[in-house]
Design a protein around this ligand. Structure first.
Ligand SMILES: Cc1cc2nc3c(=O)[nH]c(=O)nc-3n(C[C@H](O)[C@H](O)[C@H](O)COP(=O)(O)O)c2cc1C
Length: 171
């Protein structure tokens, strides 16, 4: 698939086959996240791979949007590694960096026929507590992923994109 087709055809998958993701495909997805650009190349991402039933149950206990996926990536960043923005003191780039990491991984997954959904509907502290994360590790997103169920389809909102002219302006 060329990149435009890949980006255009991706949608949030919320219903999965009960089928594991092959290890080599998972590695490709994680590698795509590894190559994502990060501010000053600080690479603050830290990714927890929840494959076991126990880990997935823990996450499902604090997040209603794990969709029974066979695998959940908990995409975090390390506050001790993220870039501090010197010209705008008090701001950091961990969330931006991990957003790009997530996007790379979602698109790589989609290219392999694996669906995912970006999930932000959880309380950060609750996720950190069930996983026992240290204070300096912050959760940026959950990515439940797997092969789309036969009846998986995009929600209506997927088709409701604002016009380019409404979001882009020449200056
Ligand atoms: C930051 C962010 C948070 C999101 N959180 C959730 C969520 O908690 N639950 C969910 O079902 N979808 C979530 N989504 C998916 C969006 O609802 C979805 O991307 C959007 O409606 C467009 O649909 P599409 O991805 O199918 O094109 C989130 C997406 C983003 C980027």
């Amino acid at each position: 698939m060329d990149f435009f087709e890949l980006a255009k055809s991706r949608y949030s998958v919320r219903s999965f086959k009960d089928m594991p993701i092959e290890e080599e495909k998972l590695q490709m997805i994680l590698e795509a996240g590894r190559f994502a650009p990060t501010a000053k190349n600080c690479q603050p991402q830290r990714i927890y791979v929840a494959k076991s039933e126990e880990s997935r149950k823990k996450l499902a206990s604090v997040c209603s949007c794990t969709f029974d996926a066979p695998l959940i990536l908990v995409v975090c960043y390390d506050r001790e590694r993220e870039c501090k923005r010197s010209l705008t003191p008090g701001t950091q780039t961990g969330e931006m960096d991990t957003s790009i990491v997530c996007t790379h991984m979602m698109l790589q997954a989609w290219d392999l026929g694996i669906g995912s959904c970006w999930v932000g509907y959880y309380n950060d502290d609750e996720v950190a507590a069930v996983l026992g994360l240290p204070e300096h590790i912050r959760v940026a997103a959950l990515l439940p992923m797997g092969y789309p169920a036969d009846d998986a389809k995009p929600l209506n909102c997927h088709f409701q994109s604002r016009e380019l002219s409404d979001m882009v302006e020449e200056i």
